[in-house]
Design a protein around this ligand. Structure first.
Ligand code: GYE
Length: 306
């Protein structure tokens, strides 16, 4: 009896919210933790999650988004592999009246009405944090410091921004020199391969700046195989702060980690609910994160969830 009942009417079973999520891939420990966070949070929120893995290819992501549009999901969320080239498919979602939420990585679309919000880290700031630590480490030295850089996936927001933020800070110290910079596609295998090439081409590498832990971990193998000591002969800075990165840092093989938080699931599900409830949400939701030296990593390691 609806007139006297105080309990809210149960939502009809067919009203379950459907979220289509187009993931980048499974390239790193960060991504694995991010995927788990999204799957767990969708379940906790009672959403039906349609999940796809694009294997780091934009064309696969575009295909997945088009499928979600055809299936008339309630909301589409995705982490764009690269920054450019999204306007057409985002316009298709908009025309179909399906709200889009960006997570983790940004797009460079001029028309910001193509998505409701962007939830994720400030990658430029992460690059700056890496640069500041290095500038501070060498502040009393005039010696040339030769830096090699392992960039993330070419054209991705984290690769572009982590490079830019780092350069912005180190340019005030003319003795800090980036002598080589190449993509390692955010993977261990590529990180190792490119580091091997760097070691062959340059005899005097002092610092490695890797845009994520996985590439740093691959590079550490290359450095050890070349008979050098990672963290001592070559100072290593990386970004992410996944468990394996923390293990390497606690062993002194990585000297400094800039944290990038992959646990975006809860914020995403909240945003989905808010968007569907017609609430105004901020256009940018920034994730909170810190930095860790080897000493910090030793202390933090037992608490690391991913
Ligand atoms: O740093 C890297 C992953 O987009 C922030 O993607 C993410 C990056 C992360 O492959 O490990």
């Amino acid at each position: 009896n609806a007139g006297t009942s105080t309990a809210p009417a149960a939502a009809p079973a067919n009203k379950k919210i459907t979220l289509g999520f187009a993931q980048v891939g499974a390239e790193s420990g960060w991504r694995t933790a991010n995927t788990k966070s999204i799957q767990d949070s969708a379940k906790a929120a009672g959403f039906e999650l349609k999940f796809s893995d694009a294997q780091q290819k934009q064309e696969n992501q575009i295909k997945a988004i088009r499928t979600y549009i055809q299936q008339k999901v309630d909301v589409i969320a995705f982490s764009p592999v690269v920054e450019s080239g999204w306007d057409t498919v985002l316009k298709e979602a908009k025309d179909a009246n399906i709200p889009v939420i960006l997570t983790d990585r940004a797009v460079d679309s001029k028309d910001t009405s193509l998505y409701r919000t962007f939830i994720g880290s400030d990658f430029v700031e992460e690059g700056r944090k890496a640069g500041k630590w290095l500038v501070d480490k060498y502040k009393d030295s005039k010696d040339t410091v030769n830096i090699v850089e392992l960039q993330g996936t070419t054209g991705s927001a984290p690769a572009n921004d982590r490079k830019a933020g780092f350069e912005e800070v180190i340019k005030s110290s003319p003795n800090l020199k980036v002598i080589a910079s190449q993509t390692g596609d955010f993977t261990r295998a590529k990180g190792k391969e490119v580091m091997q090439a760097f070691l062959k081409a340059h005899k005097n590498i002092n610092v490695l700046y890797a845009h994520n832990d996985d590439m740093a971990l691959g590079a550490i193998q290359a450095i050890e195989e070349a008979g050098l000591k990672p963290g001592k002969d070559i100072t290593i800075i990386s970004v992410d702060g996944v468990k394996d990165g923390f293990v390497a840092a606690s062993e002194g093989k990585i000297n400094f980690i800039v944290e990038c938080n992959p646990l975006l699931g809860e914020q995403l599900m909240q945003a989905v609910n808010d968007v569907l409830a017609g609430k105004e949400i901020p256009k940018r939701i920034v994730t909170k994160e810190g930095v860790f030296t080897s000493e910090d990593a030793k202390r933090e390691l037992p608490n690391r969830q991913y």
